[in-house]
Design a protein around this ligand. Structure first.
Ligand SMILES: Nc1ncnc2c1ncn2[C@@H]1O[C@H](COP(=O)(O)OP(=O)(O)O)[C@@H](O)[C@H]1O
Ligand SMILES: Cc1ncc(COP(=O)(O)O)c(C=O)c1O
Ligand SMILES: [Mg+2]
Length: 286
């Protein structure tokens, strides 16, 4: 059994952060050690929530506790997502280094969740800078959306060609793999949902249907990052992991769309996460 230390948000109601990613990763046969950066009533895009950010000390304490029962060497990867405070960024990177001491093969996937004013995703001040300056250089894999791609690369990214330039810049800053979760306005076809995967082997592009939601579900990025990592730990190639992730997420989106609801339907789509019914293929573009 492969194990992922997943450091991201917990929402009591609905699906975002660890609530979105844990169950799907487990469905792929990978266990998840969920360490919550915040415990909120619901995700922030409702515009209001209750709950608390965990004190930053908890991250190191929990990892030390796992080490004290001699289990830290069983950790194969650290995944970080929604972070509760600027100080937590350094603690997360330290946690990864602690894991690496016990398992030198462990990898770090950073989903650089940043605030998104248009969508109403609210993230604490200083987290963005921490992701750029502290987390990105240490990450093996990074999974930006368009806003995050701009921030991490420093480019304004106004079209597809600039998105390619931006992923190449990120590959020169530490990460070995960059998965763009959603090209959004800089995709090739505005009627599609498009993603990119860039590694030292090349760049792949995938398109899948864009469903028309009155309110777009939250937690999709968390689901995408988690599935990509679980697929890689299962030994899939980068390309197979990318395609399975895109198809599984598509099927969750379609299930959610057909149900006419706002919260992501990962439970209803459980069989589809394991065996997606869609088979969109990635195309190598460079
Ligand atoms: N197939 C789809 N059709 C329509 N919207 C989608 C589809 N897949 C994902 N989305 C939406 O696209 C958005 C992706 O958001 P974005 O900010 O680019 O990345 P992230 O998922 O990290 O927030 C989310 O609002 C999600 O609900
Ligand atoms: C508490 C919480 N966790 C995680 C996320 C990230 O969600 P997404 O996967 O849509 O980027 C959000 C976004 O608003 C959030 O409010
Ligand atoms: Mg996101």
């Amino acid at each position: 059994m492969k194990n992922i230390l997943s450091i991201q948000s917990h929402v009591v109601y609905g699906y975002a952060g660890n609530k979105s990613a844990t169950f799907p990763m487990q469905l792929l046969g990978v266990d998840v050690w969920a360490l919550n950066t915040v415990q909120f009533s619901n995700h922030t895009q409702y515009g209001k929530w209750t709950g608390m950010v965990i004190p930053k000390e908890q991250i190191g304490e929990i990892v030390r506790g796992i080490d004290e029962i001699n289990a830290l060497s069983e950790c194969n990867a650290v995944l970080s997502g929604y972070i509760g405070s600027a100080e937590q960024v350094e603690e997360i990177v330290n946690a990864f280094h602690y894991v690496k001491k016990r398992n030198p093969n462990a990898i770090y996937l950073c989903d650089p969740v940043m605030g998104h004013p248009d969508k109403g995703c609210i993230v604490a001040d200083g987290v963005k800078e921490g992701l750029i300056n502290i987390a990105m250089p240490q990450a093996d894999i990074i999974t930006p959306n368009l806003v995050e791609l701009r921030e991490l690369s420093g480019l304004s990214v106004n079209n597809f060609e600039e998105a390619i330039e931006a992923v190449k810049i990120i590959l020169s800053k530490g990460p070995k793999k960059v998965l763009v979760k959603h090209l959004s306005k800089v995709g090739k076809d505005s009627s599609q949902f498009e993603m990119l995967l860039a590694t030292s082997e090349g760049i792949w592009h995938i398109s899948r249907p864009l469903h028309n939601f009155t309110k777009e579900p939250v937690g999709v990025g968390d689901l995408t990052a988690g599935l990509f990592l679980a697929n890689l730990l299962n030994g899939k190639s980068d390309l197979d992991a990318f395609e399975h992730t895109a198809n599984a997420v598509n099927d969750v989106m379609e299930t959610t769309h057909n149900a006419g609801v706002y919260e992501l339907q990962t439970i209803a789509a459980r069989d589809l996460i394991i065996n997606p019914q869609s088979h969109y293929k990635a195309v190598k573009i460079s």
